[in-house]
Design a protein around this ligand. Structure first.
Ligand code: SF4
Length: 254
């Protein structure tokens, strides 16, 4: 349903608005205080396409964890050329990564779930938290159908002092595919190699037919939510253990 949203739209209006209207409303309402946060997967690219149709000065934010596949870097170039937009790339704090690698090695994510969460926390969660301090609202490309964990994604929520919008929350993968084809939206090259979700190179593989869309993320783990901590926590036990590991890294005196 397409709704004519006013600047001070009520939450109910935002819930009812279609995805493109919600993106347009957010751009007009928040201007440069709005971030489109994307890792250039198909859902994020739909949001980027919707946003670029409204304004070329929309602020796109992405995380360069230092472990991205080269295909994602190529995708960034393609997005810049196709849409004429700037991409604000957020990096981890070098001192934090140095301390983590010194204590646990570069591939600590293979050791245990808490160490994997620590790596995600330092390479993704903390850098994004720092960057989001510049914004009053942000948009992500989450869909409820992506996994069981994401089944309760809200289209509109207020968390940590800012509005978070997920315009595609109720979209199916077929909706995403239809939009992508209809608008010729650039597609991350790894989808052609069987990937159905794309993150850091060492922690992502192609999926097999019948597997969950996010089954290729941290596939060696058993019983975890397959989330990095940006949108959802892993289980409480892993979070508490990460806290201990995080303190260890942040307090490393060298
Ligand atoms: S996905 Fe893997 S490499 Fe990337 S931040 Fe998380 S644990 Fe580290």
């Amino acid at each position: 349903m397409s709704i004519d949203l006013k600047e001070n739209a009520l939450p109910g209006d935002l819930e009812q608005a279609d995805a493109a209207d919600l993106v347009r409303w957010a751009i007009h309402r928040f201007g440069t205080r709005l971030a489109i946060v994307t890792s250039f997967q198909v859902e994020g690219m739909v949001v980027v396409d919707m946003a670029a149709r409204v304004s070329r000065s929309v602020r796109l934010v992405t995380l360069d964890t230092g472990r991205l596949p080269p295909e994602t870097t190529a995708m960034m170039r393609e997005v810049r050329e196709r849409y004429g937009v700037e991409i604000e790339t957020v990096h981890p704090e070098p001192a934090e990564i140095e301390a983590m690698v010194r204590l646990h090695g570069p591939d600590l994510f293979l050791d245990s779930v808490p160490r994997r969460m620590l790596c995600c926390h330092l390479r993704k969660v903390r850098p994004l938290e720092r960057k989001l301090a510049e914004f009053d609202a942000w948009i992500a490309g989450l869909r409820r159908g992506q996994s069981e964990t994401r089944g309760q994604v809200q289209r509109v929520e207020y968390a940590d002092g800012r509005l978070k919008l997920s315009p595609l929350a109720d979209w199916t993968s077929a909706d995403v595919e239809a939009y992508t084809r209809a608008h010729g939206v650039p597609r991350h090259p790894l989808y052609a190699q069987g990937y159905t979700s794309i993150g850091c190179a060492p922690c992502t593989r192609a999926t097999r037919p019948g597997e969950d869309e996010r089954a290729g993320r941290w596939w060696w783990e058993q019983g975890t939510a397959r989330e990095c901590g940006i949108h959802f926590s892993a289980d409480g036990k892993a979070e508490r253990t990460v806290d201990v590991l995080l303190r260890e890294v942040l307090q490393d005196p060298r």
